[in-house]
Design a protein around this ligand. Structure first.
Ligand code: FEO
Length: 171
């Protein structure tokens, strides 16, 4: 059984949102590179790669279930930020909006009694808990660091150690 037309449309929208997420993180990474924060940039590049894998998971799921993938234009990301703190404020807000979007998808799947979609989307619900936690941790670390440049350099170094699938700062 294929997902309802409404859910297929919403899943295609989510593919776009995940690629927009990848683009947004890549733009944040570019800004960090420009500001000489290679560790933050590396963390954000890693995040951009993860977002592309999220998009492809949904892409593959649509294909596996006999649905049409209809790629949409991806919105241009913001290119300039006031500070690393503002970057991670944006990242956290972005993750919260992705969580809302995934919740709406799950709600549609529940209304449709589409159990295959519900099981598929459960991975994303769990992932969003992790995504929000990771951005929140970095944001809290940046708030603690404040204007202390030495601490900021140390945090930048620490975030540069992020492994694939790893996330927040321990600071
Ligand atoms: Fe794919 Fe960060 O949500």
């Amino acid at each position: 059984m294929s997902p309802s037309k409404k859910l297929q449309k919403a899943m295609n929208d989510q593919v776009r949102l995940e690629f927009e997420s990848a683009y947004a993180y890549l733009s944040m990474a570019a800004w960090m590179e420009d500001q000489n924060y290679p560790g933050f940039a590396s963390w954000l590049r890693q995040q951009a790669r993860e977002e592309a894998t999220h998009a492809m998971k949904i892409f593959d799921h649509l294909i596996d279930r006999g649905c049409k993938v209809a790629l949409q234009p991806v919105a241009g990301p913001r290119a300039n930020f006031a500070s690393p703190l503002e970057v991670f404020e944006q990242a956290k807000q972005h993750e919260q909006s992705v969580t809302r979007s995934i919740s709406e998808l799950y709600g549609l799947a529940s209304t449709d009694r589409d159990y295959a979609s519900q099981v598929f989307l459960e991975w994303f619900i769990t992932e969003q808990v992790e995504e929000e936690k990771n951005s929140s941790q970095v944001l809290e670390s940046l708030r603690r660091v404040g204007e202390n440049q030495a601490a900021l350099v140390m945090l930048d170094r620490e975030l540069g150690q992020r492994s694939p699938e790893g996330g927040g700062a321990a600071a």
